[in-house]
Structure formats: structure tokens, C-alpha cells
Design a protein around this ligand. Structure first.
Ligand SMILES: C[S@@+](CC[C@H](N)C(=O)[O-])C[C@H]1O[C@@H](n2cnc3c(N)ncnc32)[C@H](O)[C@@H]1O
Length: 292
């Protein structure tokens, strides 16, 4: 029997989901507050009156999918901090044209869990690593990190975040590559990892235009993960968002690939706790394996 669990990101000093409702959410990122569209917030908000430093106005794909309306006081980027059990990780937040702020706060629940599962010297891969906060959490825990993303710009941003965190000299390999190409190459080389963090988008492109399509490519991704985990591996974390898929569908995929190793497989929803009333806003689904 599969029992699902909910992984909750709680508010912290530099981030909180302040209120939500009527298809929008109010969040604080450092000293600024922003309003963004949130189709899942179908309920009424706690307060009818939101004060914010900016709002993302959603639009059709033809007009670029929407745009930010920002107060003049909002800088191009500002520093944020996420405490971990091994020390802080610092990174830049900004109002990106893709409606998010340059990092994904709901991943914190995974990052906290990882901090407790990494031992110094472990080899950990963060695939689809984006601006690198997950890689830096792993580096803080003493891991030798392989950070992979198809976007040169994202990898450059991740390296800036490493420098900001004082981790510029940490053992991190920064790779600009296509996910499947890189993983197949690592399998051919006989590379082995103690931990894997995979956060694939619904659709994406590698540096040479390679197409990533979640429903088509996820089974191969998980099979490559199986081959890359060392005999004494500790974890495999898979998260999926922005897609019509249940965590109930992820569990058997991981069970078939990794169930034979023993250990534990969890799957379920990821969510952010709203500060106003404590209600949970769902963001993504996950499945993860860990050695006992
Ligand atoms: C939204 S991000 C993942 C978020 C990240 N794990 C975090 O918590 O900050 C998805 C990333 O996948 C990358 N990507 C898309 N297609 C890819 C591919 N074929 N190979 C490697 N990376 C890809 C994108 O550049 C993007 O940075």
C-alpha cells in the first residue's frame, strides 16, 4: 500500500506566503512583498487589502505570458538567506520574466531533508539545478557536488550564488549540459553518486536544442538514476511540478527502479504554509528513496 505524505515549507525570516485567495497570492521575499497569480488559491483571502511592492500581471502567451508592475524602490536583485543545519546559504532574488523570483521556496522542505542525509565527502548530483540553491545546501553539508543545467545563464547565476555564500571554492562541478546526454555519459563512464536530486521541468531544451519532455523521458531518467547510485548510496529525490500527474504515479516508478535495494520510498505533495491562517498551498509532487 502506498501512503502519501505532504512536505511542507514553513515561513522563515526571508520568505513567507503571507496570504492567498481569489486566484492570487501575497508573498514576502526579503524586505519586499509581491502579488502573483495562483490558480489553486480558489478560497477567499484572509485580508481584503494587500499592500505590495509589485505584482505580476498574468497575460496570454502571445504577449509574453505577463509582466511585472514594480514600485521604483524594488532593485534589480537583492540578497536573501536560507538557514540550513550546516550554516546559511545566500542567493540573489529578482523579478524574472517567468513570474518567479529566481528560486523555488517550496524546495526548502527537500533541502532540509537533504542536509540531514548528506555526509561530508558524499558525491551528490543536482540535475536541473537552475540557480543552485539546492547545490549550495549540499555543498554546505560537505558534499562534492555536480550541478547540471542546460542554461548557461542559470549556471552563471548559480556560480554567483556560490560566491555570495562564501562557497566559491567549494568542490562543485558546474556543468552546462543536456540532462539525458549527461546522465547517459556518466553511466558509460561508470560514475557513481551517493545522492541524486532531480527537479525536471515539464518541457525544456538542452544546450544544443535537445528536447526534454517529462511524460516521455521520466522513465529513462529514473532508470539512469538507478544505474548511477552507488552501492552505499543514501538518497534519490525526484520532484515534478506544473503538470497533471499524481504522486501516486511516481511511487511505482521509483519502487520498480530502487525497491530492490530496501530502504524507504516516500511520495506525496509539496506545499507552502500560508502565514495568515496556516492553510497549505500545493506546489509540486515528489517521490524519494532513501537508504535506512
Ligand atoms: C525550474 S528549474 C528547476 C528548479 C531548481 N531545481 C531549483 O530548485 O531552483 C528547471 C531547470 O531545468 C533546466 N532544463 C530544462 N531542460 C533541460 C535539459 N534538457 N537538460 C538540462 N537542464 C534542463 C532549465 O534550464 C531550468 O533551470
Amino acid at each position: 500500500m502506498t501512503s502519501l505524505k505532504t512536505l511542507i515549507t514553513e515561513p522563515w525570516a526571508d520568505f513567507g506566503l503571507v496570504d492567498s485567495g481569489h486566484g492570487r497570492k501575497l508573498e514576502r521575499y526579503g524586505r519586499f512583498r509581491f502579488i502573483r497569480p495562483e490558480p489553486q488559491a480558489m478560497w477567499a483571502p484572509a485580508s481584503p487589502d494587500w499592500k505590495a511592492d509589485g505584482e505580476f500581471i498574468g497575460g496570454s502567451d502571445e504577449d509574453g505570458g505577463g509582466r511585472w508592475q514594480l514600485q521604483p524602490a524594488v532593485p534589480e536583485q537583492w540578497e536573501m538567506k536560507r538557514p540550513t543545519s550546516n550554516g546559511d546559504v545566500n542567493f540573489w532574488a529578482s523579478n524574472t520574466p517567468f513570474r518567479h523570483l529566481g528560486f523555488f521556496p517550496d524546495m526548502c522542505a527537500q533541502w532540509d531533508w537533504l542536509s540531514g542525509h548528506i555526509r561530508p565527502g558524499d558525491r551528490v548530483m543536482n540535475m536541473f539545478g537552475y540557480t543552485g540553491v539546492g547545490s549550495l545546501v549540499a555543498a554546505r553539508a560537505g558534499a562534492q557536488v555536480t550541478h547540471v543545467d542546460a542554461s548557461k545563464k542559470s549556471v552563471a547565476a548559480a556560480r554567483e550564488n556560490a560566491a555570495l555564500s562564501g562557497l566559491g571554492d567549494a568542490p562543485v562541478r558546474w556543468m552546462i549540459d543536456d540532462a539525458l546526454k549527461f546522465l547517459r555519459r556518466e553511466v558509460r563512464r561508470g560514475a557513481k553518486y551517493h545522492g541524486l536530486i532531480f527537479d525536471p521541468p515539464k518541457y525544456g531544451r538542452g544546450p544544443e536544442g535537445e528536447v526534454w519532455q517529462l511524460e516521455r523521458d521520466l522513465p529513462e531518467l529514473v532508470d539512469l538514476a538507478r544505474q548511477l547510485l552507488a552501492d552505499d548510496a543514501r538518497f534519490f529525490v525526484l520532484t515534478v511540478y506544473a503538470i497533471r500527474m499524481s504522486a501516486l504515479a511516481l511511487h511505482p516508478l521509483l519502487d520498480q527502479a530502487l525497491g530492490g535495494r530496501g530502504g524507504l520510498i516516500d511520495a506525496g505533495d509539496m506545499a507552502i504554509r500560508e502565514e495568515a491562517r496556516g492553510l497549505l498551498l500545493p506546489t509540486a509532487i515528489f517521490a524519494r528513496w532513501s537508504a535506512l
